[in-house]
Design a protein around this ligand. Structure first.
Ligand code: ADP
Ligand code: MG
Length: 227
């Protein structure tokens, strides 16, 4: 079953001579529990595409269906709530709250949604990510790799239908990037978590199960990665 579907998505910027087709008629389906990388050079439209499928930006045309819901038909308010309940985000810069400790950062999206954190589940996630001993620390007391583990824990603790990651290893050295990729893969398997990650780095992309290549806003090739 496809947990997410992008259907003829389009997003253009500017007009005339300065027209940029950032996302140009892109369609794909994402299977529940799969780990997909979207790879392309800088400026190929990756962030625009991820923002469209995550409901952070509006498409000019096309449709995004997540867990059976068409997000284009939602009002801004409905979309905000939908995003909080169904989509987890991981960013290059971690986006942790510096004045809150690790545990509070992890449960923040759940609290914002008025839900009660599932402590056992969070302990299990943090154990798997190797940050169980860091709950009282503040983000600036952690390395980049550790901060990214916290942001992954925060994203999956809310049990989203899809986790979207924009260049999650962009600020990390090669060794830490490979570790973080291993953890994303483990997360996908262990928690049946659907993950879509974008990267400009083909070597990083090849660590996912499936790779979608984009160029100039167009999907040009799809590839299954052999385990
Ligand atoms: P990537 O993430 O692959 O580097 P982006 O999605 O950020 O690519 O950008 C794709 C193209 O769209 C680029 O040419 C970029 O300059 C353009 N673009 C992105 N956002 C805007 C914007 N808000 N206004 C105008 N052009 C934009
Ligand atoms: Mg980008």
């Amino acid at each position: 079953m496809d947990i997410l579907k992008a259907v003829h998505l389009k997003k253009y910027y500017g007009s005339g001579e300065s027209l940029v087709k950032a996302v140009d008629d892109v369609s794909f389906g994402i299977e529940k529990g799969s780990f997909t990388a979207i790879v392309g050079t800088s400026g190929s439209g990756k962030t625009t595409l991820l923002n469209l499928i995550g409901g952070l930006d509006f498409a000019d045309a096309g449709e995004v269906i997540i867990d059976g819901h068409s997000i284009m038909e939602m009002s801004k308010e409905e979309l905000t709530v939908f995003r909080r309940r169904h989509i987890g985000f991981v960013f290059q810069n971690y986006n942790l709250i510096s004045v809150q400790n690790v545990y509070k950062n992890i449960v923040l999206p759940i609290r914002l949604d008025g839900r009660k954190p599932d402590r056992d589940y969070i302990a299990q996630i943090c154990g798997q990510l190797g940050i169980e001993g860091k709950m009282d620390r503040y983000p600036n007391q952690l390395s980049g790799g550790q901060q990214q583990r916290v942001s992954i824990a925060r994203a999956i603790a809310a049990k989203p239908a899809v986790l979207l990651a924009d260049e999650p290893t962009g600020n990390l050295d090669t060794r830490t990037s490979t570790e973080v990729m291993g953890l994303l893969k483990m997360t996908s398997r262990e928690f049946n978590q659907t993950i879509i990650m974008i990267t400009h780095d083909d070597a990083i992309a090849q660590l996912a199960d499936r790779v979608i290549h984009i160029e100039d806003g167009k999907l040009v090739r799809e590839q299954e990665v052999q385990a």
